[in-house]
Design a protein around this ligand. Sequence first.
Ligand SMILES: [Zn+2]
Length: 511
Amino acid sequence: MEKIIIFDTTLRDGEQSPGASLNVYEKVEIARQLEKLKVNVIEAGFPISSPEQFEAVQRISEQVKVIVAALARAKEIDIKTAYEAIKNAEKKRIHTFSSTSDFHILGKFGDEKYGSNLEEKRKTVLQMSYDAVAYAKTFCDDVEFSAEDAGRTDIGYLADIIETAIDAGATTVNIPDTTGYTMPFEFGNMIAELKRRVKNIDKAIISVHCHNDLGLAVANSISAIQNGARQVECTVNGIGERAGNASLEEIVMALNVRKDLFDFQTDIITKEIYTTSKIVSGFTGIIVQPNKAIVGENAFAHESGIHQDGMLKNRNTYEIMTPDSVGAVKTKIVLGRHSGRHGLKARLFELGYNLTEEEIDKAYKRFTEIADKKKEVYDEDLRTLMGDEFFKSDEFYHLEYLQVNAGINLIPTATVQIKIKNEIVQESSTGDGPIDAILNAIDRALKIKPKVEDYHVRSVTAGREAMGEVTIRIRSDNKSYIGKGVSTDIIEASAKAYIQAINHFSNKILS
Ligand SMILES: [Zn+2]
């Protein structure tokens, strides 16, 4: 069986999902879980883009043993910065890229620097790609080159640029379908054609990076594997720019379930898939759709009577893989207020969270608050708790006090007190409903008015005492920011979620 290299880009492309913003702590936690899942490469970020990106890549490099990749444009300063961020990693990779399609070359590259027509510009990009790989090679042996928008690039030019990158020393050459435009047979043919045309192709591993704009990212990745690709770039839950990337769990399970068709294997520990999905969704705030393959809430639910009956007689009738194989078993372990700090720590560890003593203290404090209100605390509650705002140590605004009046024949009114550094501001406002009143009062107190793009409330577990998780997405300065809040009281959860979204926005401004 041949091995398929799983290159995870949840922390780079995935983090580019609208609204997803992860702090350094959360990125390191996700990286640790990815290592447990046994991905082969973690693309940890784009170090030149911001000081936090740099720090996150650096911290991850110090903590995991798998290959850590850092992204860099085909510029010396990017490449040098990428290397600085990963230099302490046990295994490191510089990933550099150039745009190669006519759309990109004509749209992005100015005449002065790159030449006055397509022909000249293509030549400049070719040279630039060579130079970038050769420069990266002076820092580390493992260098990946990507031809951005390869899916819409002329095959002759694409073959030239790939050959050039390999000549310069690239050990992996990535063929991205950046816009999610290609069809599976077409993309597969493209890989086969490159294998025929590129003379030195046997000196590098062919990688693919597919986007899901037409819902074909996984199909395209598999078609590419059948035609010679040996690395796939993917993300947990399929998150990423626009419609997202190829989903890691779907590719892995497709190869796994259909072993009868494929002679390929991955190193992935499939039982870690469910936990990884939960951690990524909890920290990014991006909810997994219920009908999502492999990790959706309904992926293993059998609703109709005929299906249930069939399942009871023989699971194979309607099940091609077991929930257990991806770690999606609903455990019966329940914690309560008497469970203690040690019990909590042990359960969190089993769920994939490695906390320091100080973090355990924080988690335990929140746990007892919740256990007081809801008696039985399930795994889902703990996972939600871990994705909650209490780990955001960079909190700039903090909700100190909240009072809401609402009812029938009553004008909804809210009063909030918000702590800003050492100062406390208080404001009140009315609204169309209690949530609107809270948001208005917070806006007044902070003298801002972001647009609310999305508001979700979901019950974490079943039952009347269930915790409510509120996700709010706001828009300000043309960018989206997600905030989440958890409480047994959804009014309080809403206020916390809104403040957290504003904190994310403020962090961007302050840094
Ligand atoms: Zn991408």
